[in-house]
Design a protein. Structure first.
Length: 239
């Protein structure tokens, strides 16, 4: 693995022909969740069964949090007090109509980042998969809908629907896009029922969703990783 600055973001790169992103293999770009360190998802590259030479890119969120574990990062700020209040009251969190204040700047940051990644790695968008976990999943979906690049697929690990009024008309333009979506049935942060509605929204718009539910919470279990590898292998065009 190596670390470098790409598009203004601290970035971990692994895989490829040299373990540091070398070569011309497919590119998988994954965004970590809210409150996680920038290297939170790096270990996934070691356990996914993917084509030889696949390169992995893990950008770090630009915001440093003053709470949570050391080196906690974020793509935009979340009202944690509101989450706690909703949980205490037993309210199901429906974020589908919300547009977080920090979503637009985070998306702009990622669009700049992706442009530099394409140049830096000589990466073909048709052999590039975007995705992430939780907040990173939401951001990767927003980015996918706001760029016209012909990316190979989208990975949504414990994500949810945001900004429906913005996303709905844009989803139609991604008809046929392969999507890997997983969610825990006991997720205490982003409710399972909201993930099901998100899945149905994607499917109705014509995206090709591979859905995986599991008995668990806000996490990425091994059973999901065992299915994610074949998804990546399936959607990346052979050279």
């Amino acid at each position: 693995m190596r670390e470098e600055q790409i598009g203004g973001l601290r970035t971990r790169v692994t895989g490829g022909t040299d373990g540091k992103g070398g070569g011309s293999g497919p590119l998988v770009l994954l965004l970590h969740g809210f409150g996680a360190p920038g290297d939170d998802l790096v270990s996934l590259a070691d356990v996914l069964n993917v084509p030889t030479g696949t390169r992995f890119v893990f950008p770090e969120g630009p915001l440093s949090l003053s709470f949570g574990p050391r080196d906690a990062r974020a793509w935009w700020i979340i009202d944690m007090a509101r989450i706690a209040t909703d949980q205490a009251a037993g309210r199901i969190r429906d974020l589908s109509q919300e547009i977080p204040k920090g979503l637009a700047p985070a998306c702009e940051t990622m669009l700049v980042f992706l442009k530099e990644v394409e140049q830096h790695f000589n990466a073909d968008p048709r052999k590039t998969i975007l995705g992430g976990f939780s907040q990173g999943a939401m951001l990767s979906c927003d980015v996918m809908l706001k760029t016209r690049q012909p990316y190979a697929g989208l990975i949504q690990l414990s994500g949810t629907l945001l900004a429906a009024q913005e996303w709905d008309p844009l989803l139609q333009k991604r008809k046929g896009l392969p999507v890997f979506q997983s969610h825990g049935m006991q997720d205490e942060i982003l409710p399972y029922v909201a993930a099901e509605k998100f899945r149905d929204r994607l499917t109705h718009a014509g995206l090709s969703v591979e859905w995986h539910s599991f008995r668990g919470g806000h996490e990425i279990p091994r059973t999901v990783l065992q299915r994610l590898g074949p998804f990546i292998t399936k959607v990346v065009p052979r050279t």
